[in-house]
Each structure stands twice: as C-alpha cells, then as structure tokens.
Design a protein around this ligand. Structure first.
Ligand code: AMP
Length: 386
C-alpha cells in the first residue's frame, strides 16, 4: 500500500520486535486490539422525544445531528431528571452534546441556573464554548470563557454581566475564584470533563480546590475515558448517588485501522514525506514527543513545500487557535502536535493520525488515535517504530 519515495519498495510493516520497553508494539496494530464486548443497545430516543425546548431541537437539527449517539441517548434523560452522572466516555462519542443539550435546556427554562464546565485544556474549552453557542442559538444564553493565556481583565468583566455558563481550565478558574471574580458557590451545575486528562496534566490540586468551593446544592456531571485511582477519589468527593453510563470501548478502536511502519535505519522525515504526498493523506495529525522535535519537523515540512502548522507548549494561545482553525478549515494538510497540546481536540475528518514518535503510554496512544475515525467515520493510525 505504501511505496518508498525513491525505490518503490514497501516499507516494512508488521514486525513486532521493538526496543521500546514501555509499550509492546503489537498493541499498535489492529489484530492486537482487544475489543471489550459491549452490548449494542439500540438507540431508544429520537431528539424529538426529549423534553427540551423546540428552539433547542431546531438548533440540534441545524447542526446536522439526525439521531442521538448512544451516550446522548442514555445521558440526556438522566440529566433532565437532575441525576448526578459518571460518564465513562472518550472524545468522539458525542459526550459534549450529551451534557450541553440538557444543561442549556435547564437554563432556558430557569434563568437562575448556572453551569460551570471545567476542561483540561484551553482548546477543549474553546471548542465546548463554540458548540454551546451553536446549540443555544437564538436562546439568549451567555457563556464566559475562563482560560489561561488570555487576559484576566476581559474575563473578569464578562463574569460581572449576566451569564448562564462558564467554561474554563482549572488553573484560571482557581485564580479567578481567589481574586473574588468568579464565585464558584453560585454555580449549581458542574461538569468536570476529561477528568483523567486533568489529573495527567497535574491539575489534581486545582480540581480539589474547585470542588471544595462548590455549593452543596448542585447537579454534578463527571466525564472521563478511564477511572484511575485519583479520578475515583475526585468522583467520591464530587458526586452524590450518580448514574454510571459507559460507552467507552465501542469507539476506542473499532473505526480505526491501525498499522506500524518500521523506520529502523531510515530517515523518518523522508518516510513521512512519502506518506504525505499520497492523495489519501488529506488531513493528517502528526504526534511527536517533544516541542523541540515538533518545531524542527514543522520547519522541515514547510521547507519541503507542505502546508503545515504545529501546536505545542512553546506556542501562545493565539498561535495554537489559529493553527487549529487552519486545520479545521483545510487550509493546511498537516498539524503537528505534542500530547498535551492536543488533548481534547475535536477536529472533523482527520484522515490519518501518524505517531512520528511513540506515545509514552498506551493510554496516550488510544487518545492520539481517537482523533481519527470519529463519529462513525473510518480513520487510519500509523505508528513509526524502530
Ligand atoms: P464529542 O465526543 O462531543 O467530542 O463529539 C464528537 C463529534 O461527533 C463532534 O464532531 C460532534 O459534532 C459529533 N456529534 C455529536 N453528536 C452527534 C450526533 N448526534 N450526530 C452526529 N454527530 C454528532
């Protein structure tokens, strides 16, 4: 399938020997994926069945959603019944709509309802805010984005105006609370999204601080792809008698074709180049381990005439958002990213994820490849191994 640049030879796929001790490379190929058997429960509801406002239904239809995803089908009625929730779900399952739809509805019918949504990354916060704006079109619903990398002054003054939603990252939320600009006890609906990622990034203390300041009288929603021990600790402090809904395994790898590419002794940039010139590599997300490595690769790809951008810890917020927008709108073909910079990205139609450097853990691997094959589409994940 993949021809070398000069000699037309096939790169060597499939040998499972590798010198990486952390992850068995056999886990990067399809046959190694263990699919936890899941009960394919039929979708029980149409959007029309939910007890939500007509305007919201129109907005959902305008977004092109024909029927609820499994998590939406199961969670929306529970949130409308005011249950606390544990949603074990990865990105790509439609979890954002699953919590936004009922929470917007709640605020629409009772303007005193306020929701705080906490996410691990700025990019995810921005994406949630954008989705919220689409779902709540014409419903006079205001949302304040509270993320790092942008000035606090604008955020504080927006917090003083009427609003029903705050979406933000833990560090900035904590800072604004400490400055008295964001009064957490006034929010009676709280969403912690991608909790496992928050803990990975080192937000445990900030998350605990935020929980300690919340009102007792609240509805609490907790989303995480996995429940490591620290996340279980957060769950205990945060939730009351939650309904647990898990839709995780079904999307993890089923729509994604996974292969390894042996690179031993060959120039990785040339191999990448050979792949990127192929027609089918339309929208490619490339993951690397370090910001320096990704910056170097980015410059080399530009030199070779590819349309690319990079997101990593050395790029400021505006540069990162611009890169993501360019990728979303197909102005560039290749987006290079480090793991942290890419958390929670929701970009449609990524044709290929390429692990230029191996991920540090299998969990990171699943997160990376989950950027392709989303919403039921096919995707391809390729991992370079020595
Ligand atoms: P999420 O898991 O929330 O990041 O959503 C993954 C992708 O699925 C996003 O591009 C959503 O716009 C899309 N999506 C969410 N719900 C639906 C739905 N009911 N029908 C079609 N696409 C959806």
């Amino acid at each position: 399938m993949y021809r070398g640049r000069n000699n037309g030879q096939r790169p060597r796929f499939g040998s499972l020997r590798g010198r990486f001790k952390s992850i068995d490379v056999s886990r990067f190929v399809n046959k190694a994926v263990v699919q936890t058997p899941i009960q394919e429960e039929p979708i029980k509801h149409a959007f029309a069945d939910f007890l939500i406002s007509d305007q919201l239904k129109t907005n959902i239809a305008d977004k092109g959603y024909l029927k609820p995803t499994p998590i939406q089908d199961r969670i929306i009625p529970l949130i409308l019944e005011r249950r606390d929730i544990v949603g074990i779900a990865n990105t790509g399952t439609g979890k954002t709509g699953a919590f936004l739809i009922p929470l917007i509805n709640k605020a629409f019918f009772n303007r005193s309802e306020r929701t705080l949504i906490v996410t691990p990354t700025r990019e995810l916060a921005v994406q949630i805010e954008e989705e919220l704006r689409e779902f709540a079109k014409g419903m006079a619903m205001y949302c304040v984005l509270c993320i790092g990398g942008m000035d606090t002054f604008g955020q504080s003054s927006r917090l003083q105006k009427p609003h029903n939603f705050v979406v933000g990252t833990p560090g900035r939320i904590k800072d604004l609370e400490k400055q008295g600009k964001l009064r957490l006890h006034l929010y009676n609906n709280i969403v912690l999204d991608e909790v496992d990622r928050m803990l990975d990034i080192g937000f445990m203390q900030d998350v605990k601080f935020i929980i300690s300041r919340l009102s007792e009288n609240r509805q609490s929603l907790f989303f995480s792809a996995t429940i490591p021990p620290q996340a279980a600790e957060v769950m205990k402090a945060f939730l009351k008698n939650p309904a647990v809904v898990s839709v995780k395994s079904q999307e993890t790898a089923s729509g994604i074709e996974q292969e390894i590419i042996k690179v031993a002794g060959r120039n990785k940039i040339d191999i990448l180049h050979d792949l990127l010139v192929k027609d089918e590599f339309g929208k490619v997300l490339v993951f690397g381990r370090t910001k320096w490595g990704m910056e170097k690769l980015y410059k080399e790809l530009l030199r070779r005439g590819f349309k690319a951008a990079a997101i990593h810890g050395n790029k400021n917020q505006n540069q990162r958002l611009r890169a993501i927008k360019q990728f979303q709108s197909n102005e560039i073909q290749v987006l290079l990213a480090t793991d942290i910079a890419s958390r929670g990205l929701d970009i449609e139609d990524v044709t290929h994820v390429i692990n230029y450097d191996q991920p540090a853990s299998y969990d990171d691997y699943i997160h990376r490849i989950g950027r392709t094959g989303r919403a039921g589409k096919k995707g391809i994940a390729l991992t370079f191994v020595d």
